[in-house]
Design a protein around this ligand. Structure first.
Ligand code: SF4
Length: 400
């Protein structure tokens, strides 16, 4: 295998970009100030983009910018200047969907072009066409099965990017106007209000059909952690994680978990147990159940919620390590969720895995003992025998 697969992470802000890179992403994708599909995410200004590019390139990683809006007439005039700005920022590629933008960018810039999943590419004729018009990579539709992916790869020499983790769309990757219709928020201009996850009354000839729980057509999430070896062996070029609006804890956890599994595969140290453990870690940061969705060629009832969806709020993220005093063997922690003496916690960081610890003592900044840490961003010290590093994260293992 000549080339290692790329692990591509979302970044909704400069902060999450930095955490994604620190925790093992090979590349990040971000939204710029215009022409993207995440109106609600913290899109980057041009100045932030420049800073992001500089940071990412310093680590010899890459940054791609979404320009995947379905363009309306009134946006055409701003396109040229916007693309030139992205070119001047030296981003590594733009992610495009509208054929007009693909064509324009090819004619008027030297930007590398990745075709967005919004284009719903599922066949090799489509992929061949995208290559002909100048794309170097295609992000396949989330609906692609492994047979679809193999077929495309057998017929077309173009980089293939597939989703490995994150939320799904009940429609065909965003081709849905439910949000526009019910909330006047356009899903193809970044405004999707996730109507598919709402609860609905189900009527048949005006008769209300109500089960124990209301009807929903919310999909479960995607998680390909158990399929990583198979996907690497297929020769896919890039593994994409969804979620530009996610927290730094989510990004760090998901990126580092996939990073460990991918690296172990190449180092030939990957075991079944490592995959099972990784799955548990990913399940713990998810707020819905997950499946491999379309990958095995079967999209069944297990991939979907029909009556009531499970939404868990995650309180596992406890804090960030700000400092480690190796003489006193104490870690300085900035609190993110409440924890207390006798909780069992784990730490993980970019270059090392988890140390499990039962918290015996907590001290405030003046050295006074504490039982509970329950103030947002409270700074405390705890005893930790094993060396920790700045920006390691602390999460809950078990509460007594
Ligand atoms: S409302 Fe649901 S189905 Fe429609 S675009 Fe949004 S996520 Fe997709």
């Amino acid at each position: 295998m000549d080339r290692k697969v790329e692990l591509l992470a979302p970044a909704g802000s400069l902060e999450s970009l930095k955490w994604a890179i620190m925790y093992g992403a090979d590349a990040v994708y971000v939204g710029g100030p215009g022409f993207g599909l995440r109106a609600n995410a913290t899109n980057f200004t041009i100045e932030e983009l420049k800073e992001g590019v500089e940071f990412v390139h310093q680590y010899h990683k890459k940054i791609y910018v979404t320009v995947n809006i379905v363009m309306h007439n009134e946006e055409i005039d701003a396109l040229d200047e916007y693309l030139k700005q992205l070119e001047a920022c030296q981003v590594d590629a733009i992610i495009v969907s509208d054929p007009a933008i693909i064509h324009y960018a090819k004619e008027h810039t030297s930007l590398e072009l990745h075709v967005s999943t919004q284009q719903s590419t599922l066949n090799y004729l489509g992929a061949k066409y995208l290559k002909q018009i100048g794309a170097s990579r295609v992000v396949l539709a989330r609906e692609a099965s492994k047979e679809d992916i193999k077929d495309i790869m057998n017929h077309v020499d173009i980089e293939i990017e597939t989703f490995i983790h994150g939320a799904m769309c009940a429609s065909f990757s965003g081709r849905c106007v439910l949000s526009n219709y019910l909330t006047a928020r356009d899903s193809n201009r970044g405004g999707c209000s996730q109507i598919c996850r709402w609860d609905f009354d189900l009527l048949e000839n005006d008769d209300l059909k109500r089960g124990e729980k209301p009807f929903t057509f919310c999909t479960k999430d995607l998680s390909m952690i158990t399929k990583i070896p198979e996907m690497i062996e297929m020769g896919i070029d890039s593994f994409k994680i969804e979620g530009r609006m996610r927290s730094i804890y989510y990004i760090a956890t998901v990126v580092s978990t996939y990073r460990n599994i991918i690296d172990a595969y190449y180092e030939q140290t990957l075991t079944e147990k490592m995959i099972n453990d990784a799955k548990k870690v990913l399940d713990a940061v998810a707020n819905r159940e997950s499946t491999v969705q379309f990958f095995d060629g079967y999209y069944g009832k297990d991939c979907q919620y029909y009556n009531g969806r499970m939404e868990l709020s995650n309180q596992d993220f406890l804090g960030i390590v700000l400092e480690y005093d190796s003489k006193l063997k104490k870690a300085k922690i900035e609190q993110r969720n409440y924890f207390k003496v006798n909780d069992t916690v784990e730490f993980f960081g970019p270059n090392h895995f988890v140390n499990i610890l039962k918290i015996k003592h907590i001290y405030d900044e003046e050295g006074n003992p504490l039982e509970i840490v329950n103030h947002p961003r409270q700074i405390v010290w705890i005893d930790v025998e094993t060396t920790l590093h700045v920006n390691d994260l602390m999460r809950m293992k078990k509460r007594d």
